[in-house]
Design a protein around this ligand. Structure first.
Ligand SMILES: [Zn+2]
Length: 394
C-alpha cells in the first residue's frame, strides 16, 4: 500500500520515493509509488496533476487497491527513485473549493434545514444539490453572510483517524461508514464530517465564498458557487465584461441594465417600422411592374440576390394588382435559382403542375397553393432561360 503523504501534510507538494511498479491498463501507462503526495480522484475532489522526474502526471486514480499515477509518457523501465512534484496551484484551489463546500453545506443544513445531497467540483464553478425546490434571495444572502463569517473567524480545520464508535462522540452529519478506521474532518462549532479529501489548515484560507445562483435539478435545487481565488477570477471576468460594455454603452454601472433594455426595445421598434416600410416599397414596386407590363398575359421579371421572402411578398402584391395575368419571378443567387410562379384570381390553373415540369430542369424542390408556388434549384441555366421554359408551358 502506498503511504498517502497528502493525509500527513496537505501542503507537501514535493517528495522523493521508490517506484514499486510501472505498468499499463486501459487508461494508459501508470506508476505505483511507495509513498505519494498526489491526491487521487475521490469524495467529489478531482485528482492532482504534476510530474514524476519531469514526466507529466495527467491522472491519479485508486484502482484495485493500487494508487495509480498515469503518466503522459511511460516512465523508463528500471526507474527506481522518482522526484514527484504536485501542481500546487490546482491542489490549493481544490482545497479552497472543497473546504468552502463543507462550510456552505453545514450552514444550509444547520441554519436552514436543507441537507446537501451531492457535490461537484467543476473547472469553473462548484455546485451542490440541496434537498429543496426553491431558494429565495433573502435566504441566499443570509447563508452567504454566515459562510463568510465562518471563514473570517479563521477556525482551525483538524482531521483525525478514528473508529466509527469513537466518532460517535462528535455531532456527525452521518455515521462514519467504514470498518476499521475512518477519517473525521472537524471544523469546531461548524462541521464534523467523515471525509477523505484534502483541506486547508483553517477556514481563513478559503478566503471568501460567493454564491452565484441556482437552477432546478429534478426535484431539488442545484446551487452554484465559487470559493477562494476563483472569487477574484470571477470578479475580474465580470469587471472586464462591464468595462468592455461601457465602451459601447457609456453609462454608470447601475444604469447599464435599464439602458441596454431600452436599446433593445428601440431596436425592435425600428425593425418593425423597417418591415412596414419595406412592405410599402414592395407594393409600390409591384404597381410599377404591373403598369410597365401593360396588360400582358404573362408578367416576368428576373432578379439577382434578393431574399426569397421579398420575392414572395412582391409576387403576392403583383397578382393582387393584375388578376388576369400569370406571373414568373426568378431570382439568381450565387449558385442557385429561386422562383415564384403564380396567377391572378381570374385564372383557374394549378401552378404546381407547371412547377413539376420545371423543377427537374434545375434539380430543384418546391410547391405551394394552386395559384402560388415557390421553389429553387441549381443554377444550371440563367434566369431568363428558365423564365422562357416556364412561359412555353403557360
Ligand atoms: Zn472534505
Amino acid at each position: 500500500m502506498t503511504t498517502k503523504l497528502y493525509y500527513v501534510d496537505a501542503y507537501q507538494m514535493e517528495f522523493e520515493t521508490g517506484v514499486t511498479k510501472i505498468n499499463e491498463d486501459e487508461r494508459g501507462s501508470y506508476v505505483v509509488l511507495r509513498e505519494t503526495a498526489f491526491y487521487p480522484t475521490g469524495g467529489g475532489q478531482p485528482h492532482d496533476i504534476g510530474g514524476l522526474n519531469g514526466v507529466e502526471v495527467i491522472d491519479v486514480e485508486e484502482i484495485e487497491d493500487e494508487l495509480r499515477h498515469y503518466t503522459k509518457e511511460k516512465l523508463p523501465s528500471g526507474t527506481r527513485i522518482v522526484h514527484g512534484k504536485v501542481d500546487q496551484e490546482r491542489r490549493l484551489d481544490h482545497m479552497q473549493q472543497h473546504c468552502g463546500q463543507h462550510i456552505i453545506s453545514a450552514v444550509f443544513e444547520d441554519q436552514f434545514g436543507l441537507p446537501t445531497t451531492s457535490f461537484h467540483l467543476g473547472k469553473d464553478t462548484v455546485t451542490i444539490d440541496l434537498d429543496t425546490e426553491y431558494l429565495d434571495d433573502d435566504l441566499l444572502r443570509k447563508a452567504e453572510e454566515q459562510v463568510n463569517e465562518i471563514i473570517l473567524h479563521n477556525i482551525p480545520v483538524a482531521t483525525k483517524w478514528m473508529s466509527a464508535k469513537e466518532a460517535l462522540e462528535f455531532p456527525l452529519r452521518k455515521p462514519l461508514a467504514v470498518n476499521g478506521e475512518g477519517r473525521l474532518v472537524m471544523i469546531p462549532g461548524v462541521d464534523y464530517n467523515g471525509c477523505g479529501g484534502t483541506h486547508p489548515a483553517s477556514t481563513g484560507e478559503v478566503m471568501a465564498v460567493k454564491l452565484l445562483g441556482w437552477t432546478k435539478n429534478k426535484k431539488q435545487v442545484r446551487l452554484e458557487f465559487v470559493c477562494g481565488r476563483r472569487v477574484l477570477d470571477k470578479l475580474g471576468q465580470k469587471h472586464r465584461v462591464l468595462t468592455d460594455m461601457k465602451r459601447f454603452v457609456p453609462r454608470p454601472e447601475h444604469q447599464l441594465v435599464e439602458e441596454v433594455n431600452e436599446l433593445i426595445q428601440s431596436g425592435r421598434g425600428k425593425d418593425k417600422k423597417i418591415a412596414e416600410l419595406e412592405k410599402q416599397l414592395l407594393k409600390h414596386e409591384a404597381r410599377e411592374i404591373v403598369s410597365e407590363s401593360q396588360g400582358e398575359r404573362v408578367i416576368q421579371r428576373i432578379f439577382k440576390d434578393r431574399p426569397i421572402k421579398t420575392i414572395q411578398t412582391l409576387g403576392k402584391a403583383i397578382i393582387e394588382e393584375a388578376p388576369d395575368a400569370y406571373l414568373i419571378l426568378i431570382c439568381e443567387q450565387e449558385d442557385q435559382l429561386q422562383f415564384v410562379l403564380a396567377h391572378g384570381a381570374d385564372i383557374n390553373r394549378n401552378m404546381n403542375e407547371v412547377a413539376k415540369q420545371i423543377l427537374p430542369l434545375i434539380e430543384g424542390k418546391g410547391g405551394g397553393k394552386p395559384d402560388f408556388v415557390q421553389g429553387g434549384g441549381k443554377r444550371v441555366m440563367n434566369g431568363a432561360e428558365l423564365a422562357d421554359r416556364v412561359k412555353n408551358l403557360l
